[in-house]
Design a protein around this ligand. Structure first.
Ligand SMILES: *[C@@H]1O[C@H](CO)[C@@H](O)[C@H](O)[C@H]1NC(C)=O
Ligand SMILES: *[C@@H]1O[C@H](CO)[C@@H](O)[C@H](O)[C@H]1NC(C)=O
Ligand SMILES: *[C@@H]1O[C@H](CO)[C@@H](O)[C@H](O)[C@H]1NC(C)=O
Ligand SMILES: *[C@@H]1O[C@H](CO)[C@@H](O)[C@H](O)[C@H]1NC(C)=O
Length: 139
């Protein structure tokens, strides 16, 4: 029993160490590395800033419909990620996969959401990113 408690405590510590808040330019670099197009870069930066404040580990609170949003892009578990320990749903990932500092899976999934719905899939973009966009000229 005691060792389980210690293991859980260690897991929590490891998970916390994994969490990361990107600076704006780090985010731009990450998005570039994962092939996000330059002509929509400021929209993506704006979206991420409003959805997760650039935090890879952000888990949203439970929405009214019982779903939850995960990670940098706040991707919803209703359709996109499996909130069990086996990968699944449309992105074929676990929701925990969307919370890591390595954003490979989250980026791939976000692009899939975008392909299907465009930026309108994100309230953070809809409500916040149709006017002025963040300045990334120094990145
Ligand atoms: C996102 O934008 C809304 C207004 O559209 C604001 O209330 C909210 O605080 C913003 N969130 C972040 C993390 O900037
Ligand atoms: C559930 O609610 C959230 C937040 O209100 C929304 O973003 C999401 O699209 C909803 N999902 C479904 C399937 O209605
Ligand atoms: C997993 O997601 C489903 C569908 O969104 C939701 O009904 C359920 O409460 C979630 N479970 C957890 C542990 O978040
Ligand atoms: C889902 O991902 C797993 C590896 O995580 C892979 O083995 C499986 O074939 C994938 N399923 C689909 C439908 O892509």
């Amino acid at each position: 029993m005691k060792s389980i408690v210690i293991l859980v405590a260690l897991a929590v510590i490891v998970l916390q160490c994994e969490s990361k808040t990107f600076t704006r330019c780090e985010l731009v670099r990450q998005l570039r590395n994962h092939g996000f197009p330059e002509n929509k870069m400021r929209d993506w930066v704006c979206l991420v800033e409003n959805e997760s404040s650039r935090r890879t580990h952000k888990t949203g609170s439970v929405n009214k419909n019982g779903s939850r949003d995960y990670g940098l892009f706040q991707i919803n578990d209703k359709y996109w990620c499996s909130n069990t320990s086996t990968p699944g749903k449309d992105c074929n990932v676990t929701c925990a996969d969307l919370l890591t500092d390595d954003i490979t899976k989250a980026a791939k999934c976000a692009k899939k959401v975008f392909k299907r719905h465009g930026f309108n899939a994100w309230y953070g973009w809809k409500n916040h990113c149709q006017g002025s966009l963040p300045d990334i000229s120094s990145c």
